[in-house]
Ligand binder design. Structure first.
Ligand code: ARG
Length: 477
């Protein structure tokens, strides 16, 4: 998943460039050429670079800066270069610094002088800003598809577990019984917000910097709205200085990616706990786990553990970009070349983690009996007994006190409240009658009673799942 090593094609380090030769009296130092280059990692968006150039050339022909024949030669040349890159025959040269100059140089090599006209009215500053936005837009769309698949998986598992009862926790101590379906819907809600955030971020990613040129705009009669339309951008960036400079859209993406990873990490933490011998709530199929080289009995939840670990690097990617940006004066500075690797790393990590989760969630096998047993321990229905007394006229604080005493007896006798006799319970309040067992102390009574929107009752969870399917359709319409 690293983005900085192993580029798909090789780079030749020791050739020299003619791209800005005019002003220079000696060739770039070989180490400096390598040190300042980005082609090792920015070749990843060659497709977007070519699409941007085709749109730029098409626009230049529309406003008669290029002839139609020149435009056609450029488009044809760029399409061939795309095939060369995809076939692995394109030679990436580090002395040509980045993806932009590698492609432009090859274009001129192929089609001659017309290739040198492509960069009219454009700078690498607006070009690279355009490429990253196009690239990120495509990646966001893919990530949204993964999120949707994971969310559907959660709804499927929740539907099978509407009636599965488990302990709900606060402070990781047994609190009240909940349904497993309800717990899975909590995860689902986290991902709904993650998806909303990404979709919102996409709107600000999807604006066109091209036309800003180096920083101030260009003297040619360009038609930016047309270029935007050709590339599917919703709007043009309004200010050229801002457009070539800011990377806030990438920071925003990394923030959204960090929140996704934070959520996946929390889910991972629960899965890791639940698969332990101490909980045994859930079984993760073997294909998602690994063993130990020394302890024959081990089956480790590697996938959730790794995702919990990977959340850290995405948070780091976010901080990298914030720090990268914060000291920069307008407009473009070379610092911005450092925007790519933290962005790519966040994209790769979030994609891989979502893919793993989307595959793993539908395969989880809950141990329904063990979950139920666990819910029966830990006095999970104590609040229900207090509510029962309140309904019989006891003030809540007094009811809390009464039930506290009953729990103390249960602790001493090593019995759940439902296992105490009616006589034992009546020591604490004569308002407790035989109906207490059905109305308050069973797990079913407890979950069924939480019968309102957002509550854990099976009826509500079923309704929530039905609504969730409609919400997903709207979210991904
Ligand atoms: N490789 C550069 C980057 O990634 C492209 C823009 C460079 N522009 C410049 N004037 N040096 O940001």
């Amino acid at each position: 998943m690293t983005t900085s090593s192993n580029p798909p094609n090789s780079v030749t380090p020791d050739q020299t460039s003619g791209m800005w030769g005019g002003r220079f009296s000696e060739a770039t130092d070989a180490f400096v050429a390598e040190f300042t280059a980005s082609v090792q990692f920015d070749q990843r968006f060659y497709k977007q670079d070519i699409a941007g150039s085709i749109a730029h050339a098409t626009m230049l022909a529309k406003v008669s800066v290029l002839t139609e024949a020149e435009r056609d030669d450029i488009i044809e040349g760029l399409s061939t270069i795309r095939s060369e890159i995809e076939a692995g025959t394109f030679e990436w040269r580090i002395d040509l610094e980045d993806v932009h100059m590698n492609i432009e140089s090859r274009l001129t090599q192929r089609i001659g002088i017309t290739g040198k006209k492509l960069h009219t009215g454009r700078s690498r500053n607006d070009q690279v800003a355009t490429d990253i936005r196009l690239y990120l837009r495509d990646e966001i769309d893919d990530i949204l598809k993964l999120l949707e698949r994971l969310q559907k998986g959660l709804l499927g598992l929740a539907a099978k577990n509407v009636n599965t009862i488990m302990p709900g926790f606060t402070h990781l101590q047994t609190a009240q019984p909940v349904t497993f379906g309800h717990h899975l819907l909590a995860w689902f809600e986290m991902l709904v917000r993650d998806s909303e955030r990404l979709q919102d971020c996409r709107k600000r990613v999807n604006r066109l910097p091209l036309g800003s040129a180096a920083l101030a705009g260009t003297t040619y009669p360009i038609d930016r709205a047309y270029t935007a339309e050709l590339l599917g951008f919703e709007a043009v960036c309004e200010n050229s200085l801002d457009a070539v400079s800011d990377r806030d859209f990438a920071i925003e993406f990394n923030a959204a990616a960090s929140l996704i990873m934070m959520h996946l990490s929390r889910m991972s933490e629960e899965l890791i706990l639940w698969t332990s011998a101490q909980f045994k709530f859930v079984n993760i199929p073997d294909r998602f786990c690994t063993g130990s080289s020394i302890m024959p009995q081990k089956k480790n939840p590697d996938v959730p553990e790794l995702i919990r670990g990977k959340s850290g690097r995405v948070f780091g990617d976010l901080i990298s970009l914030l720090t990268l940006m914060k000291g920069q004066p307008l407009a473009y500075n070379k610092d911005n070349q450092e925007d790519k690797e933290p962005l790519f790393d966040a994209i790769d990590t979030v994609r891989g983690s979502l893919m793993a989760f989307a595959d793993m969630i539908p395969a989880l096998v809950p141990n329904i009996e063990i979950m139920r047993e666990a819910a029966l321990r830990g006095f999970s229905t104590a609040t229900d007994l207090a509510d029962y007394l309140v309904k019989k006229g006891v003030a809540f604080r007094d009811a809390h006190e009464i039930v506290g005493k009953a729990v103390a007896l249960g602790v001493a006798e090593e019995k759940d409240l439902s296992e105490l006799t009616l006589e034992q319970l009546q020591q604490f309040s004569d308002l407790i009658t035989a109906d207490v067992f059905d109305k308050a102390l069973t797990l079913e009574a407890s979950v069924n009673a939480r019968d309102h929107i957002g509550g854990t009752s099976p009826k509500q969870v079923e309704a929530a799942i039905a609504r969730a399917h409609t919400r997903l359709e709207q979210l991904y319409a």
